[in-house]
Ligand binder design. Structure first.
Ligand code: NI
Ligand code: MN
Length: 225
C-alpha cells in the first residue's frame, strides 16, 4: 500500500485499487498543496467531529459519493444529511473491501458548531486499521493513556500516527511514552505546526524514540508500507 501524509492529521492510503482519506483537513491546512477538488476517494475515515479533522469531508463525499466511516453518532449525523456511512461504535470493527476499520478510544472532546450551536457529535476516537495484514494505529486527537498498549495485543503495530503538538492533544514527551506502550515498529508524528498553539519540532520528538523508530514523511509524497 501507499501512504501519503498531507499535513496536520490528514492521511491518504491507497490499497487494492481503493483510495481512503483520513481526517481530510484541506482548507486552512498550510502543508498540503492539494485542494478538495483533487480527491475522489472511495472512503473517508474520521476520528472526530472537529473542523480540523472533518475538513472537506462533505464537499468531497457529495461530489464523488464516498462512504464516510466514523463512530456511530458522528456517522449518524452524516447519514441524516444523506451521505453513505458506516458507523460502528467504540470497540466495533467494520469490515470493508480494502480492510478492517476498528473504532477505538481516544481522550478528547468533539463539540463543533452545528447551525450556530456548539454540539458534541459523539465522542473522539482513534482508529485501528488492518490493511494488507498490517496494523495501522491512528491515535486521533488524544492524551496519553495506558490502554494504548492494548492496540498491539494480537499483532505488532506496524505504524502509529501520534499527535505531538500539545495544547489540544498530548505533546512530544507523552507521545514518546505512547510509542513505548504501543511498541510500534514505525511512529509518525502529526498534528503539529499547523497553528501557533501547536508549534513543535518533530526532530526533538524523534530523539525521544528508539533509534530508527520515528519517521517524518515528506508532505504529499507517497511512501510504501
Ligand atoms: Ni480535535
Ligand atoms: Mn485536532
Amino acid at each position: 500500500m501507499k501512504i501519503i501524509w498531507r499535513g496536520h492529521s490528514f492521511i491518504e492510503i491507497k490499497t487494492a485499487g481503493k483510495q481512503i482519506l483520513i481526517d481530510p483537513f484541506i482548507d486552512g491546512n498550510p502543508f498540503t498543496k492539494t485542494k478538495a477538488a483533487d480527491f475522489s476517494p472511495d472512503y473517508i475515515l474520521l476520528t472526530h467531529a472537529h473542523g480540523d479533522h472533518v475538513g472537506s469531508t462533505e464537499e468531497i463525499a457529495k461530489r464523488c459519493g464516498a462512504s464516510i466511516v466514523a463512530m456511530t453518532d458522528l456517522a449518524g449525523y452524516f447519514a441524516e444529511k444523506g451521505f453513505k456511512t458506516y458507523g460502528p461504535n467504540i470497540g466495533g470493527t467494520e469490515k470493508l473491501d480494502f480492510g478492517d476499520v476498528k473504532i477505538i478510544p481516544a481522550w478528547h472532546t468533539t463539540a463543533t458548531p452545528v447551525n450556530g450551536v456548539n454540539l458534541p457529535l459523539g465522542v473522539a476516537t482513534g482508529l485501528a486499521l488492518k490493511i494488507e495484514g498490517k496494523l495501522i494505529y491512528i491515535a486521533g486527537d488524544t492524551v496519553l493513556f495506558s490502554d494504548m498498549q492494548l492496540v498491539g495485543r494480537k499483532q505488532p503495530v506496524d505504524v502509529a500516527f501520534l499527535p505531538i503538538g500539545d495544547h489540544f492533544t498530548m505533546g512530544g514527551d507523552d507521545a514518546a511514552y505512547a510509542a513505548k506502550l504501543l511498541q510500534a515498529k514505525t511512529v509518525v508524528p502529526l498534528h503539529y505546526n499547523t497553528f501557533p498553539t501547536i508549534k513543535a519540532d518533530p526532530q526533538d520528538f524523534l530523539q525521544l524514540l528508539d533509534k530508527g523508530q520515528g519517521y517524518i514523511p515528506e508532505v504529499d509524497q507517497p511512501w510504501s508500507l
